[in-house]
Design a protein around this ligand. Structure first.
Ligand code: ADP
Length: 268
């Protein structure tokens, strides 16, 4: 059996996915990018190979993507995260049906991608200038509230009443606004809910730049946050699809492209 690896070196996390020649997901691993992307990417790959009990020699093709993709020189190919995200999303959403709009929130950027009927990218918009509306913003809010990011979802659903509004459009000012709200005895739950709605509003503005088409899919680490999902759905007034492993779909897409490239290069 041949295996194919997709390595997504993101600003915040390294995601590695291994699939087989039938494009079935065999395993994945996530680790922090840290300051030494290259070293951690190798370490993560070695750990995943060990966990799956396969040999490095069984890996026929590796595709790197993400912010740090060019640093992973051993890859057979590297592709943009927009392309990898679209390929991975279409495959991950098979049971959901056709997807036309992808929302991706990463550690330091957010994107909206519009697809045609064939799953090709027709347009995209990106925010990589400002931390508001990214994972970094959620990380900073959680830190100020002294909770973990993985707790944000449950806290959101325990909020009572109308969500607080977080008016600052800059992440730095929003942090002081949050501290002010805590000082005024607002609950952590109400603040978390307000933060999610403020991000949701920003994301919807981004999505509007490419056009909101039915078949909306959301991935990236923050898609693990059910509270944020809820806020985006409520603001959009539409249901959105979250894949089983939202943080690894871009690396999954890179691995899928690897299968196609490998068989194309080795055709008879
Ligand atoms: P990148 O590709 O830019 O490195 P990711 O898609 O890996 O970014 O997303 C990283 C972000 O995901 C983190 O900044 C964090 O806010 C969020 N995140 C990661 N794990 C969780 C979790 N279990 N629950 C909620 N949010 C999470």
């Amino acid at each position: 059996m041949k295996y194919f690896t997709g390595i997504d070196i993101g600003s915040t996390a390294i995601k590695i996915t291994i699939i087989n020649e039938n494009k079935e997901l065999i395993g994945h691993r996530i680790s922090a990018s840290g300051s030494m992307f290259y070293k951690y990417a190798h370490q993560t790959l070695d750990d995943l190979i060990k966990e799956l009990n396969i040999s490095k020699d069984d890996i026929a093709y590796t595709v790197a993507t993400g912010y740090g993709r060019k640093l992973f020189k051993e890859a057979d190919e590297n592709i943009s995260e927009i392309t990898a995200n679209a390929i991975g999303a279409v495959a991950a959403a098979k049971e959901f049906g056709e997807i036309k709009t992808i929302i991706n929130i990463g550690g330091q950027d957010s994107k909206a991608i519009s697809l045609d009927d064939m799953g090709n990218v027709v347009n995209f918009a990106m925010n990589d200038r400002c931390a508001a509306g990214t994972g970094k913003f959620l990380d900073a809010c959680a830190m100020n509230l002294e909770i973990g990011v993985e707790e944000l979802g449950d806290r959101h659903f325990n909020s009572k009443g109308t969500p607080l509004s977080i008016n600052s459009t800059c992440a730095v000012f929003a942090e002081s606004e949050i501290i002010g709200l805590l000082g005024n005895n607002h609950s952590v739950e109400d603040i978390v809910c307000g933060v999610h709605y403020s991000i949701a509003k920003r994301i919807i503005k981004l999505v509007k730049r490419v056009g909101i088409k039915e078949g909306i899919y959301f991935d990236g680490g923050p898609a693990l946050n059910s509270g944020l999902v809820n806020a985006i759905e409520n603001e959009l007034g539409k249901k959105i699809f979250i894949p089983a492993y939202p943080q690894v779909t871009t690396s999954y897409g890179a691995a899928i492209l690897g299968v196609d490239s490998y068989y194309y290069q080795n055709r008879a």
